[in-house]
Design a protein around this ligand. Structure first.
Ligand code: CTP
Ligand code: MG
Length: 390
């Protein structure tokens, strides 16, 4: 069964407050959207993941997800959403229309804690059902509000469920349900859309931790779940240098800089990213950049070093480690790094899949001494801090 996910992330997060929409905020080291994306992109049963974003956040989302996608070995598919959640899901489904999967999972980006087991439960049911959604019974007594806004009649707890995402459907069923929906329809979720079209949707067991980040206090609840005590810390260092030659510009820490020189090397010769990769590998005790990406192999010729960085970050995650911090120092007289520093920091953070606060890019000269001082080359050093939690 081919499976696609549509992750809707085009909302403004008004109830969560803050300047940045909730899906782009940091949650224990990684942006919420990255965590939600990772759950699906790394799931072995998923073939495609489409992410639906607001136009003003598209560039940012592309930067965040391209590293995740390359680590998962798939392209990041990003489309623009609409004014309502229903419109955003519709846009995500439209991206699947030309090459429809057998099944589609629709998920809120604001639920970063969905487990692989939950995705499996939803998919397992789809072999025999049109639709399935995770649902939880309430442990609290449920009451309707009376006409004065006070607590009124008791509701039958056994007869209601709180419903989450991912909601899964046979693609043909959900596409038909959306096709039959009025253009301006605004329904709470896909269960409602499918039911409006007469499809039956099966409940599978939901997960209490798969709650939707909705109000400000939800962030501290999610942080508490992710912040187990630290069991081990390792620091790694990296160093790299490349020769400067006449040319048409260079890439440093993922940022293309126009210049009358270039960095010579087998890959894109991004010394900043190379030092960062070695620092991560060093903390993992996992060899060095040359052992993972042998210069002798043709496929790394001219390679985008962001792919090396994403690979190192994926190795760290596979080893159970979290990248706490990465600090890069570029050593050169020229180009001037200051004007590019923020962009470099963002590219470094995106490449590693961490929040920008966890990445740092600094620069220094060597007062015209040595090979960097004479402009023969550019060097970089980096320090990575990785932690393992209990
Ligand atoms: N969503 C969307 N497009 C919209 C509205 C919502 O893609 N026009 C997405 C959100 O980004 C979120 C999910 O739908 O991942 C669930 O919606 P909700 O929690 O309501 O998020 P927001 O609408 O962003 O938040 P709020 O309602 O507090 O403004
Ligand atoms: Mg909303």
């Amino acid at each position: 069964m081919s499976v696609a996910a549509v992750i809707v992330a085009a909302g403004s997060g008004s109830r969560a407050g803050g300047e940045t929409p909730k899906q782009y905020r940091d949650l224990a080291g990684a942006p919420v959207l990255v965590r939600a994306y990772r759950a699906f992109a790394s799931h072995p049963r998923l073939d495609r993941v489409v992410v639906v974003v607001a136009e003003s956040w598209k560039d940012h989302a592309e930067q965040l997800l391209s590293a995740e996608a390359s680590a998962a070995g798939r392209p990041a598919e990003i489309v623009l959403g609409g004014a309502t959640r229903t419109a955003s899901v519709r846009a995500g489904l439209a991206a699947l229309a030309s090459d429809p999967p057998d099944a589609v999972l629709v998920h809120d980006a604001a639920r970063p804690l969905a487990s692989a087991a939950l995705i499996d439960r939803v998919l397992d049911v789809l072999a025999a059902a049109d639709g399935a959604a995770p649902a939880l019974p309430s442990s609290d007594a449920l009451k309707a509000l009376d006409d004065r806004g006070g607590l009124g009649a008791d509701l039958d707890r056994g007869a209601v469920r709180a419903v989450q995402t991912p909601q899964g459907f046979r693609h043909a069923a959900l596409a038909a349900a959306y096709a039959g929906l009025a253009a301006d329809a605004d329904l709470p979720d896909e269960v409602a859309v499918a039911r409006a079209a007469g499809f039956n949707v099966v409940a599978v067991e939901g997960e209490p931790d798969n709650f939707k980040l909705t109000r400000p206090e939800d962030f501290s609840r999610a942080e508490r779940l992710l912040r187990a005590p630290i069991a081990r810390i390792a620091a790694g260092t990296g160093f790299d240098a490349h020769r400067l030659v006449p040319g048409g510009g260079l890439t440093l820490c993922g940022v293309r800089i126009a210049a009358d020189v270039a960095l010579a090397g087998h890959s894109d010769a991004d010394v900043g990213f190379h030092a960062a990769v070695d620092a991560v590998l060093g903390a993992l005790g996992a060899g060095d950049i040359g052992s993972h990406f042998p210069p002798a192999e043709a496929r790394w010729k001219g390679a985008d070093s962001a792919a090396f960085l994403a690979h190192a970050a994926a190795l760290a995650r596979a080893a159970g480690a979290e990248i706490q911090h990465l600090d890069v120092t570029l050593i050169c007289e020229r180009p001037r790094i200051g004007p590019h520093r923020n962009a470099m920091r963002a590219a470094l953070a995106a490449g590693l899949g961490v929040a920008v606060e966890r990445a740092s890019v600094k620069a220094t000269t060597t007062e015209k001494m040595g090979f960097t001082g004479r402009g023969e080359g550019i060097a970089a050093q980096a320090a990575a801090t990785l932690v393992w939690r209990l």
